[in-house]
Design a protein around this ligand. Structure first.
Ligand code: PEP
Ligand code: MN
Length: 567
C-alpha cells in the first residue's frame, strides 16, 4: 500500500517562499504541499482536517511581524510545532523579452513590496499594486500574457512560470530572512528531546495597572529565562489594550519555565502557550513523515550526554584565551570570599603573578551558620570582575539561587555550583540555560554517579560546558575537613569527556596539606585545581585555616609545574 503523504498547507501559489520553506523544513522529504489564497484559508483547512499542518510566516527581518498571522494564531489558539527560517531574495520578473521601460505596473504581495521599498522608490511613474501572493503575481502575468506588468517574486517563481528576471536581489537589505512556523490546530507536542535547544511562544494580557508589563517581564529575569522576541497586538475588542506575544528559550516542561508560567498566570488576566518547539538551526534533523504520529527523528541512542559513548573526544572549554580540559592543566585560585577592594586586589595580584589561569572568589556564600559572613553579593561580583580585569584573569563565582543566575552571569566568566547545591535541579537547569561554563562541585554526600547525573541536567538544557569538581566527601575521618576521594578522578575520567578538577582546599581544610594533595590530583590525571588563597590568611572572613598565603601558593604551583613538565 502506498504511504499517505503528509499534507502541508501554505499561503500562496506554487513557487511562493512558503513552499520553499516547507522544502527546507522537510529537508527534501516528500510531502504534499497544498496552496491556499490566504492565511485564513490555511487555518480553515487545518480546522476542517483537510491538511495535517499549516505553514505561515510570522516575522521578516526587514519588515518585522506579519501581524495578521499573529492574530490568526491567537484567534484560533493554534499550536506551533516547528519553526524554519529561510533567506528571501526577491527578483523583478516579467514576460519573456519585456524591458524595464515597457513596464507600467508591478504586482506583488504587500510584505514583498515592503521589503523592496527603497528599490521601488525609483519608479514613481509605475503603478505598484498589492496582490495576494508573490508567485501568484507571476502566475497571473504568465497566464494572461501581461507584457507591461512585472512581479516581485523569487527567481524560482520566474523559472516555474517561464518568465524572465529583469533584476535580481532587489530586497532593501541583502541578509533578508523570514521565519515561518508549522502549525497544528490540536494541542500537539513533538517527543521531547532534551538535548535540543527549545523555544516557547506565549501570549498574555496584562491587567490595566501601572507597571504590570514590567512585573511580568521581571518574572522571566527571576527564572533566568532568555527572551528572544516581544511584540504586542491590539486587543481589538477593547481599544488601547494589548496582547503581548513573547518568545523565549527553553521548554515548558523545564521546572523554571513552568514556575514562571504559573507566576505570569497569577499576574495577568490571560496566558496562552502556543507551544515549545525546537529552535531552528540549519543543521536540524528533518521531521518523520507519519501523519498520525509525527515526531522528531530520534538521534541514535548513544548514552547520556556526559558519557564517552556520546562523545569520545575530551570536552575543551574555552574562556577568553584560557582553555580547560584536553591537554591543558588549569589553575583557579583566589579567596574563599571577596571581602573588599583591598583584599581582592592584593590576593589577585598574588595568584596572577604566580601562575593562576582563573580568579575564584565567592560573593554569595553558602555558610553553615546564618551568622557567618554571607558574602558581599553584587558588590563582591563587581570587585571580583574589576580585579580579574586588572590582572587579566577570567573569574569564577558561585551562584546559589535561580533568582541570581542572571546577575552572577553578568559578572562571572564561569558559574560555580557549590557542593550544597549539586542536586538543586532547578538551579542546574537555570545555569544550563545560560551560555556560561559551569563548575559543578560534587556534593559532600553524593556519589560520582550522582555528580554525573547532575551534570546531565545542565547538558540537557543545551549548555555543553560543564567542569566537574571533586572537593572531598564526608567520611568518619575527622583529621581533615572532608576526605578527598582521589579515586573519583580516574573513575570519572573513565566515564565522561567532561574536564575534572580538584579542590584540595575544601577537601582537607588545612593549609599545610593542600600541596601534597594537589600533587596527588596531578598524578591521577586531574585537569586542574581550584585553590583558596588569601593575601593575609589570618584575617580571612571565611575558610581562614585552608587559605594559602603567597609563599605557600607559589611553592605549590612550582611543585606541580615540575610534575606537569615531567608528564
Ligand atoms: C567554595 O568553593 O567556596 C565552596 C563553598 O565550596 P563547596 O561548595 O565545595 O563547599
Ligand atoms: Mn571556601
Amino acid at each position: 500500500m502506498e504511504a499517505k503523504l503528509l499534507k502541508i498547507g501554505f499561503q500562496g501559489e506554487k513557487g511562493a517562499y512558503s513552499e520553499r520553506a516547507i522544502d527546507v523544513l522537510y529537508n527534501g522529504k516528500e510531502v504534499e504541499k497544498v496552496p491556499f489564497r490566504s492565511s485564513y484559508e490555511v487555518v480553515d483547512a487545518l480546522k476542517k482536517e483537510k491538511i495535517n499542518f499549516g505553514l505561515l510566516p510570522l516575522e521578516n527581518s526587514i519588515i518585522g511581524n506579519i501581524t495578521h498571522n499573529y492574530d490568526l494564531l491567537l484567534e484560533n489558539k493554534l499550536t506551533i510545532v516547528k519553526e524554519v527560517i529561510i533567506p528571501i531574495h526577491h527578483a523583478l520578473i516579467a514576460f519573456a523579452g519585456a524591458k524595464l521601460a515597457d513596464i507600467d505596473t508591478i504586482y506583488s504581495h504587500p510584505a514583498a513590496l515592503a521589503q523592496c521599498e527603497v528599490f521601488l522608490r525609483r519608479f514613481n511613474h509605475i503603478n505598484i499594486l498589492p496582490t495576494y501572493d508573490t508567485a501568484g503575481s507571476a502566475k497571473l502575468i504568465a497566464e494572461n500574457k501581461l507584457k507591461t506588468i512585472a512581479a516581485i517574486a523569487s527567481a524560482d517563481a520566474a523559472r516555474l512560470y517561464e518568465l524572465e528576471v529583469i533584476q535580481n536581489q532587489i530586497e532593501d537589505y541583502p541578509n533578508n530572512q523570514t521565519r515561518f512556523v508549522l502549525l497544528s490546530d490540536q494541542p500537539f507536542q513533538l517527543d521531547y528531546e532534551a538535548y535540543l535547544p527549545y523555544k516557547t511562544t506565549i501570549v498574555f494580557d496584562t491587567l490595566d495597572q501601572p507597571g504590570m508589563l514590567y512585573q511580568c517581564l521581571g518574572i522571566f529575569e527571576r527564572y533566568a529565562i532568555n527572551l528572544s522576541q516581544l511584540s504586542s497586538r491590539p486587543h481589538k475588542i477593547e481599544p488601547w489594550k494589548y496582547h503581548f506575544f513573547v518568545d523565549f528559550d527553553g521548554h515548558t516542561t523545564q521546572e523554571n519555565i513552568s514556575s514562571a508560567m504559573d507566576d505570569i498566570k497569577k499576574k495577568t488576566g490571560f496566558l496562552h502557550v502556543f507551544g515549545s518547539y525546537p529552535k531552528y538551526s540549519e543543521k536540524e534533523l528533518p521531521i518523520s513523515d507519519s501523519p498520525d504520529r509525527l515526531k522528531l527523528r530520534k538521534k541514535k541512542k548513544d548514552g547520556p550526554l556526559y558519557s564517552l559513548t556520546y562523545r569520545s573526544e575530551p570536552t575543551i572549554i574555552t574562556v577568553g584565551n584560557k582553555q580547560i580540559g584536553g591537554d591543558h592543566f588549569t589553575i583557579m585560585a583566589g579567596p574563599c570570599s571577596v571581602e573588599g577592594r583591598h583584599q581582592i586586589m592584593e590576593t589577585t595580584k598574588i595568584v596572577a603573578e604566580n601562575g593562576a589561569d582563573f580568579l575564584r572568589g565567592g560573593a554569595f556564600k553558602p555558610r553553615t551558620s546564618p551568622y557567618s559572613f554571607q558574602g558581599l553579593g553584587e558588590e563582591g561580583l563587581r570587585l571580583l570582575k574589576e580585579a580579574g580585569e586588572a590582572y587579566g584573569l577570567p573569574v569564577v563565582s558561585e551562584v546559589m539561587s535561580v533568582e541570581n543566575v542572571a546577575l552572577v552571569a553578568q559578572y562571572a566568566d564561569i558559574l560555580q555550583i557549590g557542593a550544597r547545591n549539586m542536586q538543586n535541579f532547578v538551579l542546574l537547569q537555570a545555569v544550563g540555560n545560560t551560555r556560561k561554563p559551569v563548575l559543578l562541585k560534587r556534593g559532600m554526600m553524593a556519589t560520582t554517579k550522582e555528580l554525573l547525573l547532575s551534570a546531565e541536567y545542565i547538558l540537557a538544557q543545551g549548555n555543553p560546558d560543564v567542569i566537574l569538581c571533586e572537593r572531598g566527601i564526608r567520611t568518619f575521618e575527622t583529621a581533615t575537613r572532608n576526605t578527598l576521594d582521589i579515586s573519583a578522578i580516574p573513575v570519572l575520567k573513565e566515564q565522561t569527556h567532561l574536564p575534572v578538577i580538584v579542590d584540595p582546599s575544601h577537601a582537607v581544610g588545612i593549609n599545610r596539606f593542600i600541596e601534597p594533595v594537589s600533587k596527588a590530583a596531578v598524578a591521577v590525571g586531574a585537569d586542574g585545581l581550584i585553590i583558596e588563597v588569601h593575601f593575609n590568611p589570618a584575617t580571612a572572613l571565611s575558610d581562614a585555616e585552608q587559605a594559602l598565603d603567597e609563599r605557600q601558593f607559589k611553592h605549590l604551583v612550582q611543585s606541580i609545574q615540575s610534575m606537569l613538565t615531567v608528564k
